[in-house]
Write a protein that binds this ligand. Structure first.
Ligand code: FES
Length: 333
């Protein structure tokens, strides 16, 4: 059961499609009941995966003042759970079901300095913030990291827009981002807004704590679909309910449990709110924690997990990882 009962759904029409990087397509939608989309907002879109209705969240990359045109950008991942395949299959003129813009990642105006940090497709969540900071004449840096230039959406536009305030790091060119030096060089009054893969955000969180910086000044948005390990099929059991479900690679544990008839609480579906928390009773394998809700210590304890994003894998220490299926028994409240 979703905790967010105030979500407003509406129809919208796809009016523009354009590839903006390798495997990244810009999708512009005109919603039926437009409202303003502030930087940091996202919309949920009803997608069809394996013939079933499902929901995916996408950041609003750009919008006009009235929110009559919402531009999203969708990365088609090799390990997609099916949402990005659906989105890449849309044609101009198609109708979609979407929510009004929702805000979980607001930009706070008034800080002494800002760093906007984007990793790969994470740029979609922070691009609008950087634009606002530039317009307000604030002291900001825009750090954009990716594996290759071909895979970095809007790179040319952003370089032209932000001039010497943008700093680009490209793994393939031998200029990867050095998180320790980025965070280590920040003044205490700096607010950092980031979005990117879980590895990058985890590294920044640790460096932030090591540097003794104020935690409220570190703000982030997640996608909830990138983990430390490749997804594997695994088995989840709820012994009290006599329920067992197989979680395929392309599905989340939450989705598999819902399909099996379990009634679970959730909200963000991105590993941020902790509402989908389950207790781990027994585990054959390891947990690939993909949330940003738990502390490092809580994740290491593996007594709980966020079932909307975290997965179970065959033990990292086995000589042949992937052999057999990992199994987790859980209890839900
Ligand atoms: S629903 Fe928010 S962390 Fe899972």
């Amino acid at each position: 059961m979703a905790a967010n009962s105030s979500t407003v759904w509406q129809r919208g029409r796809v009016v523009e499609l354009r590839d903006v990087a390798q495997n990244i397509r810009r999708v512009v939608i005109e919603p039926e009941s437009p409202v303003r989309a502030a930087p940091g907002t996202h919309v949920d879109i009803a997608v069809v995966v394996n013939g079933e209705r499902d929901v995916r969240s996408y950041s609003v990359v750009e919008s006009d003042d009235g929110g009559t045109r919402l531009a999203l950008s969708v990365f088609r991942t090799p390990a997609s759970r099916g949402g990005s395949v659906f989105m890449h299959g849309l044609d101009e003129g198609d109708d979609v079901e979407l929510t009004q813009p929702m805000q979980n990642f607001p930009l706070r105006v008034g800080a002494a300095r800002y760093v906007i940090l984007a990793g790969g497709i994470g740029v979609t969540a922070v691009l609008g913030m950087a634009r606002v900071l530039a317009r307000l004449g604030t002291d900001y840096r825009f750090v954009y990291a990716g594996r290759s230039r071909e895979g970095m959406a809007y790179l040319d536009e952003l370089s032209a827009e932000h001039g010497d305030r943008i700093e680009v790091h490209v793994d393939a060119e031998g200029t990867p981002l050095d998180v320790a030096s980025l965070v280590g060089g920040l003044d205490p009054g700096t607010e950092l807004y980031m979005c990117g893969p879980i590895r990058l955000m985890d590294a920044v969180r640790r460096a932030w704590q090591d540097a003794g910086l104020d935690l409220p000044n570190l703000r982030y948005e997640t996608f909830g679909n990138s983990g430390w390990f490749d997804p594997e099929e695994f088995v989840v059991r709820i012994p009290r309910l006599g329920l067992e479900a197989v979680v395929p690679k392309h599905r989340s544990m939450l989705e598999a449990l819902e399909a099996a008839g379990a009634d679970l609480m959730f909200d963000c579906r991105k590993g941020e709110c902790g509402l989908c928390e389950v207790d781990v009773m027994e585990l054959t394998g390891d947990i690939d924690h993909r949330d940003v809700f738990y502390s490092e210590r809580q994740q290491e304890a593996s007594a709980k997990m966020c079932c909307c994003v975290s997965r179970v894998i065959t033990a990292k220490s086995t000589p042949h990882p992937g052999a057999g299926r990992a199994i987790v028994s859980i209890e839900v409240s």
